[in-house]
Ligand binder design. Sequence first.
Ligand SMILES: N[C@@H](CCC(=O)N[C@@H](CS)C(=O)NCC(=O)O)C(=O)O
Length: 211
Amino acid sequence: MGMYRLYGHAGWGSALIEAQLVWYQREFELVDTGNLFKDDAALSELRKLNPAGQVPVLVLPDGQVMTESAAITLWLAEAQGSDDLVPSPGAAERAQFLRWLLFIVANIYPAYTYMDAPERFVGVENARAGFADAVCDRAKGLYLALSGETAGPWFLGPRFSAIDIYICAMTHWLPGRPWFEENTPDLVAIADAARDIARFGDVWVRNYPKK
Ligand SMILES: N[C@@H](CCC(=O)N[C@@H](CS)C(=O)NCC(=O)O)C(=O)O
């Protein structure tokens, strides 16, 4: 089998896919895009692969380009013939897995597009901070909803899944670890436990040196 090529940046959404490739013990080349918010040339270059100008981008061994972390998550499980991270069709956890995976990428994840770079969306300079705060409040509400659905010890119950990988990565992002600790301790517990899984090697430390 050929090699995967993952475009990303330490700590960003590429960590979601990096963790899965490591889990599946697949060889991959990591291409650092740099900071897409600061480097316009890097952003234009990445847009040739992903029109949204975002990571993760995964080039498959046959040269096809894949984007969208949830699509990649589902595809990798199929390609591996594994239900380790994605409950198979017919599994009891399948419906809730799909529901909350899509909830995360369709509802929570876009908040970062807006709050990470409010200047792209709000022309009036002194309205930007308020806009970013409002988007962050929306994300907080959605994280609280996610937290309310946590079965424990993992999101879906006794069974680890890719949703726990999302929770691990995203609890290192805004609104910041202190907020997650105070408001969604169950998500933080999942993140800490995921970081301790030896099979992930140094993925978490590489992307998030500090909890
Ligand atoms: N829907 C996408 C979202 C990806 C995304 O928002 N990636 C962020 C990094 S965490 C990004 O590349 N942002 C750069 C930008 O928006 O310019 C997915 O699930 O893969």
